[in-house]
Design a protein around this ligand. Structure first.
Ligand code: PMT
Length: 399
């Protein structure tokens, strides 16, 4: 199940964080979901129903008596949704849900829902920690309702503590994970992403254009599909994927150390990182100064370890090894040479240097090659979709 074309019930209850639900709705709509919003009376004191109506392009359910003129009744909504999300969920609403009380449009609709329900508690810290609220949350958890824990920080009541509604992108990400099939459950996936940087002196380095987007997209997709993911990442400016163990590194040597410490446990290894092939032989300990007598500076370089090739030598029968090939020309020839030289099960080859594929872009066009010479095209698409198709192929190959 994908959020695209899914049917989602977004419940909004009366907390100050209700304004964040507007952004959440926007993210869901952008992902292609059909969203039905249901609001409690208190929620409407914080944000107007019209905002949700316009953005969702659906009538907003607020009152079972007044809204019965709508062609979509609360039971129709309950039957049609793939998942329901209540954000923010107040202490009062959590109590009603835990006790099975149906005294407004949202609580009544949720009693009729049989698909997964996720709630995002948000309230003052003392209220959140109150034994009765915690007991109700325990009941809901035991009933199979998914709970997104609140963040800690400064709350609207000026208290500092736990109770803040997480950011909309985080809630969106967790709902996406809830709806994603868990076909990598029980598998350990080791991924590398981003560039490495090789020091010339304390202020300068040699690196490349990798943004980390491709590797992070694969890490996110694998986590959502139930894998335990370790991401060894060069320096990038992307938020760490939720639920993924991230190991930040800088140089090829550091990346090698992190990879080999985590190699044994891995079932699937995907090396997306753009590792520098060479490093300065002897990085200066002090900043190299401009000299007046020479216009040229020569930096002596030495070869870095080929991490992927070494994994290819060490890998066991049960491990599936995937390399990436970044090429500017002769994609197939170079990819096939690398799959052989590095003893890979599969290589994902992409052309770099174009506007829509390779480094930094949000999209990629990849050709997968296998040990036996077979190949498979992944046409130009968003890197997140490329990530899922790559994982689909790995699952097909590994059974
Ligand atoms: O990060 P983005 O901006 O999203 O860009 C994505 C990407 C273009 C970086 C990615 O799709 C990609 O192609 N990654 C591989 C980059 C690369 O280093 O390619 P390569 O052909 O030079 O290396 C082949 C393989 O050997 C790679 O899996 C690489 O991780 C590995 N390698 C290379 C050198 C080295 N010393 N050690 C290695 O492990």
């Amino acid at each position: 199940m994908d959020l695209e074309n899914s049917h989602i019930l977004l419940g909004v209850t009366g907390g100050i964080a209700a304004y964040k639900s507007v952004e959440l709705l926007r993210l869901l709509k952008k992902a292609g979901a059909n969203v039905h919003v249901a609001m409690t009376d208190a929620a409407q004191k914080f944000v107007g129903k019209t905002t949700f109506e316009v953005l969702s392009e659906n009538p907003v359910l607020t009152d079972l008596w007044k809204d019965t003129h709508s062609s979509v009744t609360h039971i129709d909504i309950a039957n049609s949704v793939d998942a329901s999300l209540v954000a923010p969920a107040t202490a009062n609403f959590i109590g009603k849900l835990a006790m099975g009380i149906a005294d407004d449009a949202l609580s009544t609709t949720l009693l009729a829902v049989t698909s997964p329900i996720m709630i995002c508690p948000s309230m003052n810290t003392d209220m959140y920690q109150n034994i009765r609220v915690q007991r109700n949350l325990d009941i809901l958890e035991q009933d199979g309702i998914h709970i997104v824990d609140p963040d800690a920080g400064v709350l609207a009541c000026k208290t500092v503590g736990t109770g803040r509604l997480p950011e909309p992108w985080f809630i969106f990400d967790r709902l996406d994970a809830l709806l994603t099939k868990k076909d990598l459950g029980g598998r350990q996936v080791l991924i590398t992403a981003g560039p490495t940087i090789e020091a010339i002196d304390p202020v300068r380095y040699i690196s490349n254009h990798s943004s980390g987007k491709m590797g992070y997209a694969i890490a996110r997709a694998a986590e959502k599909r139930g894998a335990r993911v370790t991401l060894v990442t060069g320096p990038v400016s992307i938020d760490p994927p939720v639920g993924v163990e991230c190991i930040p590194v800088e140089s090829c040597d550091e990346m090698a150390d992190a990879v080999f410490s985590n190699l044994e446990a891995a079932d699937i290894i995907i090396k997306v990182a753009a590792v520098a092939d060479y490093k300065p032989v002897d990085p200066a300990t002090l900043k190299i100064k401009k000299t007046q007598n020479s216009k040229n500076l020569t930096i002596s370089m030495t070869e870095n370890m080929d991490i992927l090739k070494r994994i290819g030598e060490l890998k066991t029968e049960k491990q599936f090894l995937v390399g990436f090939a970044a090429e500017t020309n002769d994609l197939e020839k170079h990819a096939l040479a690398k799959i052989k030289k590095k003893n890979l099960d599969m290589i994902a080859a992409n052309l770099v240097g174009s506007d829509d594929s390779g480094f930094k872009t949000d999209t990629n066009k990849v050709k997968l090659f296998f040990k036996d010479g077979a190949s498979k095209d992944i046409p130009l698409m968003d890197k997140h979709k490329v990530a899922h198709l790559l994982l689909d192929t790995i699952i097909e190959q590994t059974g």
